[in-house]
Ligand binder design. Sequence first.
Ligand code: NAD
Length: 435
Amino acid sequence: MAIKIDAPLQASSVSDHGGILDTALAQLEIAFDRLGINEGVREIIRQPEREMTVAVPILRDDGTISVYTGYRVQHSSARGPCKGGLRFHPNVNLDEVRALALLMTFKCAVANLPFGGAKGGIEVSPSELSEMELERLTRRYAAMILPIIGSRRDIAAPDVNTNPKIMAWFMDTVSTLSGHMVPEIVTGKPIALGGSTGRVDATGRGVAIATIEILRRLGKDPPGLHVAVQGYGNVGRNAANILADEYGCTIVAISDVSGGIYNSLGLDLPAINEYVSHSRGGLLSGFSEKGEADEINNDELLTLDVDILIPAALESQITVGNSGQIRASVIVEGANGPTTFEADRILYERGIMVVPDILANAGGVTCSYFEWVQDLQFYFWGLEEIRQQLHKVISKAFEEVWLVANERNIDMRSAAYLLALERITNAIQQRGLFP
Ligand code: NAD
């Protein structure tokens, strides 16, 4: 069954040039109006509860000192401890971290996890640091934000350019300063330190589950459908491989920061995985020289004639500039905020179905929730159980969003925001204000 959708409402003060924070706030204002939320509660939700900016000094390998700016933003703890990843990227800034923290609050509420939202980041290009420098940066940052984090206050996780090894350093620093091991302070850790099975591919698996859910409702059979994936990192790579291996989809294009590759008959993912396991920087660059795929750039990938497009790289990739040329009929957002507010409107007008980030990529935080629960209980689950539970949470969230979209005749992003906002507002109102 296809749903009929209303045009997303206009938010008065947002343009395509606004960043991810403008987009998130614009979406929020629409949800406020639709639910008739009172001004006091709007004010609470618009702003982060707490923000910390830290100047993180590290000793470089050559004996000099460098200082990096880091942030931790806790958007809301109304529904539980704040939860959110840690990003290392030269473009990290306070507004971006605020937006990503807000998205985490809404994502946790869509999946109905007992968490609020947070995000952290350091403005750094990690490839310019040695491994020892990266470790010192992670440890010093963890120590500097320690006053506001905690396993029942704010729990970190990996995001762009951070990984299980960095989570281990983070956890070890907090544990050393606490005088005892605190595995539940971060998720996405190595399994030997209390990490969860299934966490590494959980976000991509959630994206794949969301893709199958939307296809089922649109009456499309997954085997043979053509898929293009922007960003062959943790999220994109796992989503692509799971869709191909477990659901029979044909992945015709993938890309990373070095460019993209395309084969209309389907890419040989095992050969590509083998290639990137040895290539410089783990990048796709050079693969097309084997003659099994054509080289394309990232702009071409987004506008390919495919059934499903999965943007899984960075924010603001689908814009006013390219949304008119997109030919996929379904977009499943693996990345956070890949579609600008104005582009979203254009996609709607063109009848393109968008499964929004706060639903589609909630698999990662869902498995992080499982990891946190396992750490608190000192009892660990098997991979099958993790996968079953993950499937249950994502497909239930999908169904709930779908129902709201149908009942109100609205698009899925607006429906996801409404569902989440209702849950967040209920928590705020039932807790009441202290003092
Ligand atoms: P990652 O660093 O593992 O992968 C990012 C990929 O995008 C890499 O292949 C990189 O080369 C590529 N890329 C970077 N810039 C690009 C560009 N301009 N064009 C095309 N490709 C480009 O990061 P990730 O963990 O896979 O995260 C990707 C997105 O998913 C981010 O928006 C992140 O916030 C979001 N996300 C990640 C998780 C998670 O569990 N890792 C969970 C939820 C959301």
